[in-house]
Structures are given as C-alpha cells and as structure tokens.
Design a protein around this ligand. Structure first.
Ligand SMILES: [Zn+2]
Length: 267
C-alpha cells in the first residue's frame, strides 16, 4: 500500500480517542457524552489546538452504527463516512445512526440561511446534534442572535467551537463590535470547555507514533523532535506542518527543515 500523501497528512483527523494528544479534560467530557448523552457544549481554545477535530470525533462516535467498546467509532459505516466527508454548500441533516447531525460553518453561513435553519423543525429532536463551527464569527454582525430561540427551545443538542467567544472591550469596559458572542448566547451553553495543550513528553510520543504510521523518517530523532515541539509551541496543528512538507520531500523530517520552517503564517 502507498504511504499517506502530504495532503492526506494535512487533512488527517484523529479517528481514535488515543490519537488526541493533550486535551485530557476535554477528551474525558466528550467521552462521557458518548457513554451518556451530550448537553449543549461550547469549546474554546488556542488556534490549532484540536477543538474541531475533537468535537468531530465525538460526533462520529455518537453517529456511528457500530461503536466499539472503547468508544471509538468504526470508521467505516455510513454515519462515520458522513461526519468525515466534506460538507456540501447547504445545511443538511444527516440522520443515519443513533444520532443525526447538522454541520454549520459559521465563517460562511449567511443570516438568511440561519433564519431558514431556525424554521427547520425537522432538525429538532433529542437525537440530533447541531454543530456550529467557528461560532464567534456569528457575533460580528449579530447573526448569533438569530439562533437564540432555537438554542433555548429545541430539544436537540448544540455544539459550538471558537478560539474565543468574548468580545473585545473598550476603555470603559463595554464590549466593542467584532467577533465574539453576546452574553445571552454564551449563557445558553450549559457546558463551557477549553482545550489544553499537550505536555512536551506527550507530544514527543505522539510525533514518533504518527511518523511511524505515516512512514516519515526522522533524522537526528531526539533533537529534531525537541525543536519541533519548541518551535510549534506544543500545538498539534503546527507540529503537523513541517511533517506535511517532509512527506512531499523524500519522506524525511530533518532538523534543518524544522529550524527553517516558517510557523508565523499559521498564527
Ligand atoms: Zn461507524
């Protein structure tokens, strides 16, 4: 079998709970949702700290037709495939297994589409999860308020994630216009969780494991991994980038590539 391509690594997302590194509390909470049932949940945290990917794994475990005893999704059924495949332009309800889900990309969704969503009673149901990805973007122009009523009244579960949801404040401490949610919308999420970055030793093991699976050789292994952890500031999304480049350049990750990698555009 051919090894995973550079693009494949770039698109890679954890398919098992043990592939999530760091985020211990978040992972425990999300696993509890799979075992029991999920409440409305808002996850915030640094860019590239695995918010969306952790939530998608949770949704996949809930949607999966054949969930494993260790709570991992099977990865093969219709439900798993629907969560993993890219979304279309339209907001749709995928009702395939134990749970149905709706994925909303808040960076692109319009006020008109959100108003339509708030009329879609077929989306309401105890076994439906509506995921608002990059939810803070809705606060820029008041689009967040359109969903207040459905978040309050529908029986379905709302998941949301963003880097930060509080609005910037002016000198008098009043919230300024811009990205972020109104307090009334934030209050509608019973559970507020944050991501936590992995410890260097956890990330060390994760890098070794992924490079083994992805057939990436690491030159001067200990030194290269140490610098990768330092330069990426423990952010998994950043760690992956020099590995992606290495995959398209002889599948060797060198110390030099890590030292010269420009992480700034990723900020
Ligand atoms: Zn499955």
């Amino acid at each position: 079998m051919c090894p995973i391509t550079a693009r494949g690594i770039e698109m890679w997302s954890p398919q098992r709970w043990d592939e999530i590194v760091g985020n211990t509390d978040l992972k425990t909470a999300l696993q509890q949702y799979v075992l029991n049932s999920p409440p409305n949940t808002l996850v915030t945290g640094t860019k590239r700290s695995c918010k969306t990917r952790s939530m998608l794994l949770c949704i996949q475990s809930l949607v999966c037709h054949h969930p494993q005893e260790d709570l991992n999704p099977c990865g093969k059924c219709e439900g798993c495939q629907a969560v993993r495949s890219p979304r279309g332009e339209h907001i749709e309800l995928f009702r395939l297994g134990r749970y149905g889900f709706v994925h909303v990309d808040c960076n692109v969704v319009t006020a008109k589409e959100l108003r339509e969503l708030s009329m879609k009673w077929e989306f309401d149901g105890e076994k439906t999860i509506i995921y608002l990805d990059e939810v803070a973007d809705l606060g820029k122009d008041g689009r967040d308020k359109i969903l207040m009523k459905p978040i309050d009244e529908w029986r379905c579960t709302w998941f949301a994630s963003a880097t930060k949801v509080t609005k910037p404040k002016d000198k008098q401490g009043r919230p300024r216009r811009g990205e972020g949610l109104s307090g009334a919308v934030i209050n509608r999420f019973a559970n507020l969780l944050t991501t936590t970055l992995p410890k260097p030793e956890q990330l060390d093991g994760w890098i070794r494991q992924r490079c083994l699976e992805w057939e990436i050789e690491i030159e001067q292994e200990a030194a290269t991994i140490r610098r990768l952890i330092e330069r990426s500031q423990c952010r998994v999304g950043h760690v992956k980038q020099p590995i992606v480049v290495a995959a398209s350049a002889g599948r060797v990750l060198t110390l030099e590539r890590v030292e010269n990698f420009n992480f700034r555009p990723l900020e």
